[in-house]
Design a protein around this ligand. Structure first.
Ligand SMILES: NC(=O)c1ccc[n+]([C@@H]2O[C@H](COP(=O)([O-])OP(=O)(O)OC[C@H]3O[C@@H](n4cnc5c(N)ncnc54)[C@H](OP(=O)(O)O)[C@@H]3O)[C@@H](O)[C@H]2O)c1
Length: 340
C-alpha cells in the first residue's frame, strides 16, 4: 500500500510517497481501506516543523479518514468487515490503509458520502467544541469567525446558523466575499477591513458574544476587543506563523512575541473568557465522539452539510497543500485514496 511521508522540515516538495506492507490489526484494532483523507491547516504547520506535537520526521500526517473496514482484531463486537466508517487516526491518515483503535472509529450512515465523512471530524468537531460545548451558543447570538471561507470557518458558520445566531461576521481574503456572504455571514476583508469596528457597529456598540481566532499574534487582541461584556474568545490556531509554503522562523517568532499575555484580574472587569483549544490534545475521547454523534444528527436534519473545496489525487498532495498555502480553498480540501 502507498503512504505519504513528510521526510524532513520543508516546503511541499519535501513530501514523498512510499510503498509498504501493513500488518494485521491487533486486539481492539481495525484495519481501514481509506477512500478519503482530510487535509488540515495543522498538516501544513507540521511540515514546516511549527506544530509542536507531531512525531519525529519522517512521519505520515493525517488526522482523519473515511473508508471501509477490511480486517478486525480480536475483542471487537460492534464493528464488522465491510462497514463504512470515519477513523480518527491522530497521525498517519495520508495512506491507502490505516490501523486504528476501534474506539477511534465511528460508523457512517449510507446517506453520508466518503467526502462528507472525511470533511467533518476536525473542522466540525472543533467548531462545535468551541461554539456549542464551551461557548454555549444561543439563539440571537452574534459570532465572529476568522478564516471564514476555510474548512473550520465554513463549518462554524453552518453551526452558528443551525443554533439560530442572529449575526455572523466572517473575515477572509477579498476574493471570497461572495462566497462568505452566501453562507449568511457579514464579510470583512481580512487585509483591509477593520473587524473590531464592524463587530461593534453591528451590535450597537456592544461587541460579539463569541469570537474564534486561529490567527494568534496581535490579531488575538483585536478579536478580544471585538467581544462584548461577558463574551468568549477561543484561541485555537496560529496561522500568522505560516505566511508562506516555506518555513519563516521570523514570522513564527513574531507570532509568539506578539500574542498577548492576558491578565485574569483585568479580565474580571469585563467578564470576558478565553479558551485555549487543541482538539488533538483532548484526553477525553468521549467528548469528541459525542460531538461527532451530535453533528451526525444535524447532518441528517440537513442543518449542516460539509462544503468540499476540492478532492485531489493523493499523488498530488504537494499541489493540494500549495492550494491551501495560496489561500485558494473555499471549504475543505481532501485527498483521494480510493481503489482505482
Ligand atoms: N486547535 C484545534 O484543535 C484546531 C483544529 C482545526 C483547525 N485549527 C486551526 O484553524 C485554522 C483553520 O484550519 P483549516 O484546517 O480549516 O484550514 P483553512 O481555514 O481551510 O486554511 C486555509 C485558509 O486559511 C486562510 N489563511 C489565513 N492565514 C493564512 C496563512 N498564513 N496561510 C494560508 N492560509 C491562511 C486562507 O483563507 P483566507 O485568507 O481567505 O482567510 C486559506 O484559504 C488553522 O489555523 C488551524 O490550525 C485548529
Amino acid at each position: 500500500m502507498k503512504r505519504i511521508i513528510y521526510t524532513k522540515i520543508g516546503g511541499p516538495d519535501s513530501i514523498e510517497i512510499i510503498d509498504e506492507e501493513l500488518g494485521r490489526p491487533e486486539e481492539n484494532q481495525v484495519k481501514v481501506r481509506v477512500y478519503r483523507a482530510g487535509i488540515n491547516f495543522a498538516d501544513l504547520m507540521m511540515r514546516q516543523g511549527l506544530y509542536g506535537s507531531n512525531p519525529n520526521f519522517p512521519f505520515t500526517p493525517g488526522y482523519e479518514v473515511s473508508g471501509i473496514i477490511t480486517q478486525i482484531g480480536e475483542n471487537i463486537e460492534d464493528l464488522t468487515v465491510g462497514e463504512r466508517v470515519i477513523a480518527m487516526t491522530g497521525f498517519g491518515g495520508y495512506a491507502e490503509e490505516v490501523i486504528v483503535d476501534s474506539s477511534r472509529v465511528i460508523k457512517i450512515p449510507d446517506s453520508m458520502s466518503f467526502d462528507q465523512a472525511a470533511a467533518m471530524p476536525v473542522t466540525y468537531g472543533t467548531a462545535y467544541h468551541m461554539l456549542v460545548y464551551l461557548g454555549g451558543i444561543k439563539q440571537g447570538d452574534s459570532i465572529l469567525i476568522h478564516h471564514a471561507a476555510g474548512g473550520v470557518g465554513t463549518a462554524a458558520a453552518q453551526i452558528c446558523r443551525s443554533f439560530g445566531a442572529k449575526l455572523i461576521i466572517g473575515t477572509a481574503s477579498k476574493a471570497k466575499k461572495e462566497f462568505v456572504e452566501s453562507l449568511g455571514m457579514h464579510f470583512v476583508d481580512r487585509e483591509e477591513g477593520d473587524f473590531v469596528r464592524v463587530c461593534k457597529k453591528l451590535t450597537d456598540g456592544k461587541g460579539v458574544h463569541q469570537a474564534i481566532d486561529p490567527v494568534a499574534g496581535k490579531h488575538l487582541m483585536k478579536s478580544y476587543k471585538s467581544l462584548r461584556n461577558g463574551g468568549k474568545l477561543h484561541c485555537f490556531g496560529a496561522s500568522s506563523a505560516v505566511p508562506r509554503e516555506k518555513r519563516s522562523i521570523i514570522a513564527a517568532l513574531r507570532m509568539w512575541i506578539n500574542t498577548p499575555k492576558f491578565n485574569p484580574m483585568m479580565m474580571m472587569n469585563s467578564n470576558k473568557a478565553i479558551f485555549g483549544v487543541h482538539m488533538g490534545k483532548m484526553d477525553d475521547e468521549e467528548i469528541f465522539k459525542n460531538h461527532l454523534i451530535e453533528l451526525g444528527a444535524l447532518l441528517e436534519k440537513e442543518e449542516i452539510d460539509p462544503i468540499i473545496d476540492s478532492v485531489w489525487k493523493f499523488e498530488d498532495v504537494s499541489e493540494a497543500q500549495r492550494h491551501m498555502h495560496k489561500r485558494r480553498n473555499k471549504g475543505k480540501v481532501l485527498l483521494d485514496f480510493s481503489p482505482k
